[in-house]
Design a binder for this molecule. Structure first.
Ligand SMILES: Nc1ncnc2c1ncn2[C@@H]1O[C@H](COP(=O)(O)OP(=O)(O)OP(=O)(O)O)[C@@H](O)[C@H]1O
Length: 471
């Protein structure tokens, strides 16, 4: 594909429209004098004595942070492996405190490799790929927190997320990691955060979705883009490959100073997107995975043969009947199927949450929050939730429908992001794909070929077999 025609055409199909809903980008820049305390955060200092004790316990390993992670962080073939400690990464003391308070013992591979590049002087650009759930967010958040000058009360770091709920999630990570830096503050440039016209914001870090950030930088002038030192694109490939996001991101980039540091992160980069990224980011450092490294061995992948939707539902019930599932995410192709499935699961007595693209972004964020808190154990969704969402307890991902693009071809990137909602940071995960036709078997085979990874067949009528895969 030529680099100038790489952008995906606006997707006509409902399913693709879900992948990144444009909803959060519509008309979110109205000006009002509403109270926005929710969207502006300064970082409080906590009880330091208690915190320092906790830090010591964590460092001395008296507070357990799952054995599995410990083991993987010592395995050179694991993406969590690291030879360095956080101290060796030369983070500021307040950030070290933040990192340890979050329960992190050692950096992951991407953190160990990317941080020195991101913190080098003079600042260097970076395009980085690392598997889902391996700590990319923490990596670029630490870079931003390291680069801001707290005494300067204006935005210096700008981070773009493709969706409202991801922006909120990343914002929470910034707040947690920066909480020992009381003089730092964060603004959320998202739909619903309405400011007085003419206001200049004083927060040093801004996290937001592209449409709102663009308005804040241009039309509304809440941010002076010329003062931005670090520009982060999270889920960079989807930002580049989605027409609306791409236009907005490029327009923001053009307003930034020439020497502004650009950091692009994602778990996946389709070839044409990767080439484009290299074109728009001057002299980047590059961290790229080989194709066979993209999938995580900690996520076991299976498929189930069915003949129709009802059989897929029955297979799902059998899985639930055989194994204990902490929390599950189930992906459907359309809102309609997601709605139907959520209804059927509820009838079976499951606590189900439904999340799809037609919901208001605030509603979507609330649904995710309830799911994160464990109020619902099953989240039925579409591609709108395929990326980035980090809920530790998700032990199973079900592809009720396999991910396909608008031409009906396998959407390998979405597949990887969907199954990556489980198996976060060394946890074990299970991904089950429902295959209901020759066509979907063909899709599955092509996904296997793409990643050169065998997806095993599972007979869901055999309860013993299901039990085995969960062990
Ligand atoms: N060094 C670390 N030690 C322990 N846990 C960590 C560390 N770094 C990150 N984590 C945790 O691992 C989980 C996954 O991290 P994160 O969300 O940053 O992954 P990601 O690579 O951005 O994933 P995705 O590709 O899905 O967006 C989070 O819950 C995070 O708190």
């Amino acid at each position: 594909m030529a680099t100038d025609s790489w952008a995906l055409a606006v997707d006509e199909q409902e399913a693709a429209a879900e992948s990144v809903s444009p909803r959060e980008e519509t008309d979110d820049s109205e000006v009002s004098s509403q109270n926005n305390a929710l969207f502006f955060t300064s970082f409080p200092t906590e009880d330091r004595a208690a915190q320092s004790l906790l830090n010591k316990l964590i460092r001395s390993n008296l507070v357990d942070t799952t054995n599995q992670v410990e083991v993987l962080q010592r395995d050179p073939t694991s993406p969590l492996y690291s030879v360095k400690s956080f101290e060796e990464l030369r983070l500021k003391p307040q950030l070290l405190q933040g990192v340890y308070a979050m329960g992190f013992n050692r950096p992951s591979k991407i953190q160990e490799n990317a941080l020195p590049m991101m913190l080098a002087e003079p600042p260097q650009n970076l395009i980085a790929q690392s598997q889902s759930g391996t700590g990319k967010t923490a990596a670029f958040v630490l870079a931003m927190l390291s680069r801001v000058e707290p005494g300067n009360k204006y935005p210096q770091c700008l981070c773009l997320s493709p969706t409202y709920e991801l922006a909120l999630q990343t914002g929470k990570v910034i707040e947690q990691m920066g909480k020992f830096h009381p003089e730092l503050s964060l603004a959320y440039a998202v739909r619903g955060n309405k400011l007085e016209r003419g206001q200049k914001i004083s927060e040093q870090i801004v996290i937001g979705t592209p449409g709102t950030v663009l308005d804040w930088c241009s039309k509304l002038k809440f941010i002076d883009p010329k003062k931005i030192k670090v520009f982060v694109l999270d889920e960079a490939d989807v930002m580049i490959a989605t027409q609306g996001h791409q236009d907005q991101s490029i327009r923001i980039q053009r307003m930034l100073p020439r020497d502004c540091q650009m950091l692009l992160f994602s778990a996946t980069f389709e070839d044409s997107v990767w080439k484009f990224a290299q074109k728009v980011v001057p002299d980047p450092n590059i961290i790229k995975l080989k194709r066979e490294e993209e999938t995580l061995d900690t996520i076991k992948q299976y498929y189930v043969l069915c003949n129709n939707r009802d059989e897929k539902f029955q297979a799902l019930c059998n899985i639930y009947g055989a194994i204990t599932i902490a929390q599950a995410m189930i992906f459907c192709h359309t809102r309609k199927t997601a709605g139907w499935l959520a209804g059927e699961l509820s009838k079976e007595g499951h606590q189900v949450a439904l999340l799809s693209g037609e919901m208001m972004v605030e509603q979507r964020a609330a649904v995710i929050e309830r799911f994160r808190e464990g109020k619902e154990k099953v989240l039925v969704t579409t591609n709108v939730c395929a990326r980035g969402i980090d809920v530790e307890q998700v032990s199973v991902v079900i592809n009720f429908d396999l991910p396909v693009d608008k031409d009906g071809n396998p959407d390998n990137e979405t597949y990887l992001h969907r199954i990556g909602r489980t198996g976060r940071f060394g946890k074990r995960g299970l991904a089950v794909n429902m295959v209901d036709s020759k066509h979907s078997m063909n899709i599955l085979n092509r996904i296997q070929e793409h990643f050169n990874k065998k997806i095993e067949k599972l007979d869901t009528d055999d309860l013993d077999e299901i039990e085995k895969i969960a062990n």
